[in-house]
Design a protein around this ligand. Structure first.
Ligand SMILES: Cc1cc2nc3c(=O)[nH]c(=O)nc-3n(C[C@H](O)[C@H](O)[C@H](O)COP(=O)(O)OP(=O)(O)OC[C@H]3O[C@@H](n4cnc5c(N)ncnc54)[C@H](O)[C@@H]3O)c2cc1C
Length: 387
């Protein structure tokens, strides 16, 4: 596997173990079937609990069954999962960074004990409802609201593009709390089988097909008052979750690009035209050289992010730079790998075109490329250009 400047030589024993476990899981359990799942538009749900048994959901958290592994180990896990498919990594990212993380960071003791062990083991599935039909890049304008009624909250609104919602047991729903001055955004843990909650699936996606995406519609959905996450108010709640998930994406995108590169490198050695392997042509070597260089520089950024996160110096803007750069890199390199495979590059037996289509989602969700540009622009100039 491409590790051109030997970054993996510095991994400790636990980090190697996690990388190898994820790599083996992908090769033995998923890779053969992922193309068919992608064509069928299904997620391999039979793997949800196995991924839990292997510790793939938020292993970087501490307690409630999570082992608190290093941020590098967590990043490597995301990289290996996305080397298979962005949908597989999305499942683990949502469950860990967008559902378990907010419960761990902002939940009550009862909420942590109720949900974290089950989510960590893959005995329950979670989803994260922030985006609405009319509010994507600007979620602070959300319309979903919660009104207090006795010892319950009544939720109304509509969330869309929600990864895992049709298979989720619980949704972290972000809504404006009308019973508190200023209508602050608050997080609610909403079981999806409650009256008034529906989670219709979004069909016919042309990207991230091996991932289930849906809505979370709330019509007078009642939850007990202790369903609110007590530890946070305002947009810093959902945004801090996004920082965790974007960190994983910055690593994951490198995995998708690496898989494209390895597929193209192998093909260039095997495929013969004009009396020998196509890898002997300078044109093909130039493509591989550029791909390897771009992947290696993205890897360096991901490893640096892990160091900063480990010592508490990671800023959301650092994560924006890495998400923006590494996903763009993967999105630009996947078509190069595809073209190196000629006609074979357009069939599902080979991964580059599947990665190419998936990366359109990765480029768009968790803050579009444009939005991360604006975040960096504001950080660099002190001038916000969002409106
Ligand atoms: C497969 C998939 C899974 C997803 N999973 C989840 C999930 O689990 N939970 C969740 O809450 N959301 C999820 N999302 C939603 C995702 O986060 C949003 O699609 C994303 O934030 C963009 O919002 P939008 O689609 O409404 O686009 P819009 O915000 O309408 O943007 C449209 C275009 O305008 C650009 N734009 C917007 N504002 C500006 C500006 N100020 N300056 C310049 N350009 C701008 C954007 O960059 C984009 O190119 C998912 C999306 C997809 C596709």
């Amino acid at each position: 596997m491409l590790d051109y400047v030997g970054l993996e030589g510095d991994l400790d024993e636990e980090e190697r173990l996690i990388r190898d476990t994820a790599r083996r899981f992908v090769e033995e359990e998923v890779r053969d079937d992922i193309g068919q799942h992608w064509i069928d538009g299904t997620f391999p749900t039979d793997l949800v609990s196995e991924m839990g048994d292997l510790g793939f959901y938020a292993p970087n958290l501490e307690g409630y069954g999570s082992p608190n592994v290093s941020e590098t180990a967590y990043g490597l896990l995301m990289q290996e999962l996305e080397a298979c498919d962005s949908g597989l990594r999305s499942m683990a990212s949502v469950q860990g960074a967008l559902v378990m993380y907010p419960i761990h960071a902002f939940g009550s003791e009862e909420q942590k004990e109720r949900w974290l062990p089950d989510l960590g083991a893959g005995d329950a599935v979670g989803c994260f409802g922030l985006t609405e039909p009319e509010h994507g890049s600007n979620p602070s304008a959300m319309e979903t609201r919660a009104e207090k009624d006795g010892d319950e909250y009544v939720l109304n609104g509509s969330k869309t593009w929600i990864t895992n919602s049709p298979i989720a047991d619980v949704a972290v729903v972000w809504a404006k709390d009308r019973s508190t001055d200023g209508d602050p955004v608050r997080g609610f843990l909403v079981e999806t089988d409650r009256d008034g909650v529906t989670t219709n699936e979004i069909d016919e996606k042309l990207s991230l097909r091996a991932s289930v995406t849906g809505e979370v519609s709330l019509q007078d959905a009642r939850v007990p008052e202790d369903a609110v996450l007590p530890g946070v108010e305002g947009m810093k709640g959902p945004l801090s979750c996004l920082t965790q998930a974007r960190y994983g994406i910055a690593w994951g995108a490198v995995g998708a690009a690496r898989d494209c590169f390895e597929t193209a490198r192998q093909y260039a050695t095997d495929r013969e035209q004009f009396g020998g392997p196509i890898g002997r042509f300078q044109l093909q070597q130039q493509k591989l050289a550029e791909m390897a260089t771009q992947i290696t520089t993205a890897q360096l950024l991901a490893y640096r992010l892990a160091e900063l996160k480990e010592r508490g110096d990671l800023r959301p803007q650092h994560v924006s730079m890495a998400k923006r750069n590494n996903v763009r890199m993967a999105r630009e390199q996947a078509p190069v790998a595809r073209e190196m495979l000629g006609g074979n590059g357009i069939v599902a037996d080979h991964s580059p075109m599947r990665h190419m289509a998936n990366l359109e989602t990765v480029y768009t969700y968790e803050g579009t490329h444009d939005i991360h540009t604006l975040i960096l622009g504001e950080d660099l100039t002190g001038i916000a250009a969002f409106e």
